[in-house]
Design a protein around this ligand. Structure first.
Ligand SMILES: *Cc1c(COP(=O)(O)O)cnc(C)c1O
Length: 862
């Protein structure tokens, strides 16, 4: 029978235990081991039953236990000490507080999903977990971040697997009262709300939940309020549930509502207003439009407001897969922006920002990533390789520039070490060095022997095996109500067998079933009598993706074959809770995406932090960090003729690696049963990767390379009543108008003989047609270096050419001006050069920013 209404009854705790409420409502517990252990102590059974959720544990305590705890002096003093520790954590100066006055007072961070803890399931996968890790590290480092997102009443979805292997989705409704959330209220006690004007005089209202993530406040917008018309109450029903209009409503709320919620929050709490806005993927892109509207209300033109917004915005792109980018019909955008939604902003300006008006683009399509890039002066991909791929992929927005110059940099993702390091690892570090922090590599000193490390790995593998058995049994019993799971479920997997883990969302490019390419070969690997292997797999397919569900089914059916079932399991309902046991418990973490479609991949990082070795295609982070000693690289068959051939080659390499390298090393034991060579790799992995893969490193990079420069640019434009913004907007308009007539009209060179030699000096002079621009408006450069036989320059060097003495002085409008300069030929071989002109202004963050360039045509070979 189903209840028609459900709510959470709050426990009444005696005042002495109020401290527990406080500890439970700041999500710092999710990564603070001593606080987690305190809640576990309240009731180990409840802690397990509630899947490690302190709020739920408090709700499960009976009155006897509450009375007992309230009188337990030892317990109370531990709890109070933890509260004092939390207070200190929340207020003491940390890394960011040492940065000086250039560091912004506040940074806003927007994301459609946040994966902070299994207890707050507001994520679907890597993007959300990354956002959660970003907030946690920002908190640990003292970065004054304020985050905005949506509160989805059913999160993503819960996955079950039918006996035939088919994914079944369910959407359990979350009760906000049972979660660590508090409503943002006005001084009179009423709930603060944002309102968005919609077509046909509709209004979308949302209340604002506050989540305390250590020092960071996360605001989640929720449309399930009585003020909304029924159709709008369900706007925040699910993550990535609907398409088209439903998705658009969610994104309008996230971007526009998010900025309004932050403004409301800063007004109500006195917190400083953000100087920089960071958008995690394009879904929140409308935030820039809301800010433009706001600035127009303050007296700026659209063009001036655009400059201010661009200067202070950072855009992170996360996927080279087209399906991962939101695109809407222009007609839909027109309908939603022909309202009072954004006062002062007209529809055409909105459409122009998201238009695919470049070669290969689609007409009448509004592209959120494209808008994101146009609204942000600074942008980045999430690994070095993904940076390169993104520069190629979005290169059409900066026509005329080589992809290396496209202004998209990269900041490689990281993972939050205290969240993703198993407590046994942290405990070992603490025991031997007094410090739980495993990202400082000195914890692996001589104090930790091979025996210690191998025992640790065995313990982690054992925990995974236990957890997998429990999950499989529970899943079976759920599918077969009233019956007990078969006994062999107690013997699934083996705590002593080489364990490979593989878990991820199931889009095609991740190739969930590559391992099944040759089932006989896989079978013989799993069942090898001397060197057996077992594989633990998990992953969710998007509910609308039947292809993905078929892949899961294929895998589950194979796993159900009687000879296989003890060696290969598919664990249903992949989530943070499972991940925290799965990554540490696997000896080898497998990843076999189609290179280069995995932007970064973070699960392998989390595995490495616990001493698992990676076995992966050289894609994403692994292309950057594989060093021959920390795991294995599966060669990508990039040159294969088609995808079937590619799968075949890559699967064969995978089997070869497991058979000939991974398993032999794992089973090569010394007299004490320790695989010393393997343990060497573990030691090396932990020591070299833990610091580099930490989200602390990532957040520091964002601060130093993006947030601080963005705050500086924004401050320059807004100083003196926004004189800088007016100047930059006017200058850009002038440049754009004049550019069609700017040209390199003539290039000549001298100084080298008929047979050029190393050491010769090459003098280059170029006549530049400026057509009314001044010599200060442009940068004229010689690009030179090795040239291919097709004249393509390879990573050319650059020399700024200077105007001739006879040129008019700086500032004046000029007609044709001669520029010149000299380079020394410093290496033998093919040499080429060209001359180009680009716009120059102190307010630009890159030469390519305007996508304008005039390059010499014709040839003038030295
Ligand atoms: C880390 C994580 C992911 C992302 O892993 P990828 O390697 O990027 O696929 C997905 N889901 C959960 C639960 C995670 O913890």
């Amino acid at each position: 029978m189903k209840a028609i209404k459900r709510f959470t009854v709050q426990p009444v705790l005696p005042p002495a235990l109020g401290v527990l409420d406080e500890l439970a409502t700041n999500l710092r517990w999710s990564w603070h081991l001593p606080t987690r252990e305190l809640f576990e102590q309240l009731s180990p059974e409840a802690w397990e039953a509630a899947a490690h959720d302190p709020v739920a544990v408090l709700g499960m305590l009976d009155s006897d236990r509450i009375a007992q705890l309230a009188n337990d002096e030892g317990f109370l003093s531990r709890a109070n000490a933890l509260r004092d520790d939390l207070h200190a954590y929340l207020s003491e100066p940390r890394w960011y507080q040492s940065l000086g006055p250039d560091a912004p007072q506040s940074i806003a961070y927007f994301s459609p999903e946040f994966g902070i803890s299994a207890a707050l399931p507001q994520y679907s996968g890597g993007l959300g977990i990354l956002a959660g890790d970003h907030l946690k590290s920002a908190s640990d480092l003292g970065v004054p971040l304020i985050a905005a997102g949506l509160f989805y009443h059913s999160g993503y979805f819960a996955q079950a697997i039918s006996s035939d292997g088919w994914q079944e989705e369910s959407y359990p409704i979350l009760d906000p009262d049972g979660l660590p959330l508090t409503v943002l209220r006005r001084p009179d006690g009423t709930a603060a709300q944002v309102a968005l004007a919609l077509p046909d005089h509709g209004v979308l209202y949302a209340r604002i939940w506050q989540v305390a993530v250590g020092r960071v406040t996360l605001l989640l917008l929720d449309t399930d309020v009585p003020e909304n018309a029924d159709e709008y109450r369900s706007v925040t029903d699910r993550l990535y549930g609907g398409g088209g209009e439903h998705r658009l409503l969610q994104e309008l709320l996230l971007g526009i509502g998010g900025v309004r919620a932050i403004a409301m929050y800063t007004r109500l709490t006195g917190a400083p207003a953000p100087e920089v806005f960071h958008t995690n993927e394009g879904h929140a892109g409308f935030l820039g439009l809301e800010r433009i509207s706001d600035l127009i209300g303050g007296g700026m033109t659209f063009a001036e407001a655009l400059e201010v917004v661009r200067a202070g915005t950072v855009f992170t792109t996360h996927t080279p897969v087209a399906a991962g980018i939101d695109r809407f019909d222009s007609a839909l955008i027109t309908r939603y922006f022909s309202t009072d939604l954004l006062p002062g902003v007209d529809v055409d300006s909105v459409l122009a920002l998201g238009a695919e008006d470049y070669e290969g683009g689609t007409e009448d399509t509004f592209n959120m990533a494209v808008m994101g890039l146009r609204l942000a002066q600074r942008a980045n991909g999430v690994s070095r390789l993904h940076g390169q791929v993104s520069r190629k992929m979005f290169g059409q927005l900066w026509p005329g520039f080589d992809s290396a110059e496209v202004p998209i940099t990269s900041v490689t993702n990281g993972v939050h070490a205290p969240t993703w390091t198993d407590r046994s690892v942290a405990r070992l570090a603490e025991e031997r060095t007094g410090d739980r922090d495993t990202t400082s590599c000195d914890w692996l000193s001589d104090a930790i022997s091979d025996t210690d490390l191998w025992a640790l790995r065995g313990e982690l593998r054992g925990k995974l095996v236990d957890d997998a058995r429990r999950r499989m049994k529970e899943a079976w019993e759920e599918q077969n109500p009233g019956a007990a799971a078969p006994v062999w479920y107690d013997h699934l997997l083996d705590p002593d067998v080489l364990t490979i883990g593989f878990a991820r969302r199931v889009p095609t490019y991740k190739r969930l079933t590559l391992m099944l390419h040759d089932e006989d070969r896989l079978r013989s690997i799993l069942l090898d009598p001397k060197r057996p292997v077992q594989i633990v797999v998990a992953g969710k397919s998007h509910p609308a993706d039947d292809e993905g569900k078929r892949l899961i089914q294929q895998l589950v059916r194979f796993a159900n074959e009687p000879d296989i079932r003890g060696r290969l399991v598919f664990l249903p309902n992949y989530d943070i809770g499972m991940a925290q046991v799965l990554y540490p418990g696997t000896d080898v973490w497998l990843n076999n995406p189609l290179r280069p479609l995995e932007a970064c991949g973070t699960s392998g990082m989390k595995a490495a932090m616990n001493g698992s070795l990676n076995l992966s295609i050289l894609d994403g982070w692994w292309a950057e960090f594989f060093d021959g000693e920390n795991g294995w690289a599966i060669p990508s068959a990039d040159a294969a003729g088609n995808s079937a051939e590619r799968d075949e080659l890559e699967a064969a390499s995978l089997y070869d690696l497991i058979e000939h390298q991974v398993a032999p090393r794992f089973y090569d034991r010394n007299d004490e049963g320790i695989p010393t060579r393997w343990v060497e790799s573990i030691r090396h992995t932990l020591a070299s990767l833990s610091p580099a893969l930490s989200a602390d490193r990532m957040v520091r990079e964002y601060v130093e390379r993006l947030y601080i420069p963005a705050a500086g640019s924004a401050a320059q434009l807004t100083a003196d009543s926004a004189a800088g913004a007016r100047d930059l907007a006017a200058w850009k308009a002038k440049i754009v108008a004049a550019w069609p007539s700017v040209a390199v009209s003539h290039v000549e060179s001298g100084g080298v003989d008929a047979v050029p030699e190393v050491g010769d000096e090459l003098h280059v002079r170029a006549k530049i047609q400026l057509d009314g621009l001044s010599i200060d408006d442009v940068s004229v450069e010689l690009l030179y270096g090795f040239a291919h036989s097709n004249d393509e320059l390879v990573e050319p060097q650059r020399l700024e050419l200077t105007p001739d003495d006879t040129a008019e002085g700086a500032g004046g409008a000029a007609g044709v001006v001669q520029f010149g300069g000299t380079v020394t030929l410093n290496r033998a071989g093919s040499f080429g050069y060209t001359v180009r002109v680009t716009p120059r202004h102190a307010g630009l963050a890159s030469e390519a920013e305007l996508g304008l360039v005039a390059t010499a045509v014709g040839s003038d070979r030295a």
